[in-house]
Design a protein around this ligand. Sequence first.
Ligand code: HEM
Length: 216
Amino acid sequence: MRTLERFGLPLAVYVGAALPLVGLVWNLASNPLLADPIRASILWTGKTALILLVLTLASTPVNTVFGWRAVLRVRRALGLSAFAYAALHFLIFVGVDYAFDPALLGEAIGRQTYVLLGLGAGVILFLLALTSTQGWKKRLGHKWKRLHQGIYFAAPLAIAHFVWLVKVDIREPLAYGAIVAALLLVRVPWLRARVSQVRYRWQSRAEPARMERGEK
Ligand code: HEM
């Protein structure tokens, strides 16, 4: 059971996280007349990176609210998958859309605030992915946790990137923003302690009732 939790759950996350990429490749291959395949790929990888980032951020609150410790086992796999899509998103933008042209890229970064915000989120995700190994955890000691709290900045930056680039209807990025705000709020120590208290009380009430019914 432990081995399944330790290796099986992260593996399932990596397989699940690869599906949007398969979907993108399938869509591009089966629609050769797609109006703007580069833009479609940038949007698809950006959205997937954001969803995976939100899921990464949700792991700890899900454990706090429901007591499902198993989700903590998939946190790293979710974070690395979010980074992989952000890296792909960045590479399509820089390599395919801008053909690695430093002059054009410099202009885009200087002129478009949303590119700068995306870069900020991307750099944080890169640092977190790089230092996510056990070796870096040992090397950095107590500083590791501080560094990995960088996700609290990466997620709002990614949301700001999304809000900035959507010029008319900002309801979708705002919905993601509200989810991220709620997930960050549950981490406030006072609220986290209250939520855990309510869960313990609810669990200790549910336990005798379950035993009476003869459930395990
Ligand atoms: C690393 C630097 C980044 C660059 C240069 C970049 C660039 C872009 C560009 C050019 C677009 C398309 C704009 C358009 O044509 O309308 C876009 C959209 C988007 N990006 Fe990024 N981005 C970066 C990082 C990120 C990160 C880290 C995330 C999330 C974790 C992200 C999430 C999104 C989302 C959600 C969209 C909009 C998708 C949609 O409208 O469906 N981006 N980005």
